[in-house]
Design a protein around this ligand. Structure first.
Ligand code: BEZ
Length: 211
């Protein structure tokens, strides 16, 4: 059975480039991003891991820990990291899981046999502090992911977890948000003191409440 939004993210123990990790313990009270790669020493993956390394300050600001997965063995990861650091001008500063027998890959349904039965697809799981799955993305091997988009989703998830709002298309941190349909017109002024615009009865916007 594949994982769906709202499901509890499976816990696991795995060998990683930063030692053995028990996933839940390692996450602690952080949000988590678990993302898989088809294989070591592949060009797109090299750029993705470099990008995530360079974005670590942005993830930390948001209380998010990142962990990558590739089905290649640990020794391969260690040598590949040297190439990533060299070519992407960074330092890989987060763990990469070695999953040679597809233990974690199967748990998270990262093998899509009609794409490849040997490699994981590019999966992304965003996991909340409650260990529930908040977002699932699946990309093909040929398309590198946009990690700015993943940061944008984190901003939306963390905002909407705390306020009765949702974020419109192409929203980014600081833009106006939409007021949740569950909020009655008469309650808006008290809940959103920065003001609001009533475009339609079901489409009401307000400045981002936590800015
Ligand atoms: C890559 O990461 O570059 C890649 C991996 C598998 C197939 C195609 C590209």
């Amino acid at each position: 059975m594949s994982l769906r939004l709202g499901d509890t993210a499976p816990d696991f123990t795995a060998e990683t480039t930063e030692g053995k990790i028990e996933f839940y313990n390692w996450l602690g009270s952080s949000w988590g991003i678990l993302f898989s790669h088809p294989a070591d020493y592949t060009p797109v993956c090299t750029t993705e891991l470099g990008t995530v390394a360079k974005l670590q300050d942005e993830f930390k600001k948001r209380n998010v820990k990142t962990i990558a997965l590739s089905v290649d063995p640990l020794e391969s990861h260690f040598s590949w990291i040297k190439d990533i650091n060299e070519t992407q001008k960074t330092i890989v500063n987060f763990p990469i899981i070695a999953d040679p027998v597809f233990e974690v890959a199967k748990l998270y349904d990262m093998i899509h046999p009609n794409a490849s039965d040997k490699f994981t697809v590019r999966s992304v799981f965003i996991i909340g502090t409650d260990k529930k799955v908040k977002l699932i993305l699946t990309y093909p091997a040929s398309t590198g992911r946009n990690f700015d988009e993943i940061l944008r989703v984190i901003d939306s998830l963390q905002l909407t977890a705390n306020y009765s709002v949702a974020t419109p298309a192409n929203w980014k941190d600081g833009d106006d948000v939409v007021i949740a349909p569950t909020i009655k017109d008469e309650d808006i002024a008290a809940k959103f003191p920065k003001g609001h615009t009533r475009i339609k009865p079901y489409l009401r916007t307000t400045p981002q409440p936590n800015k």
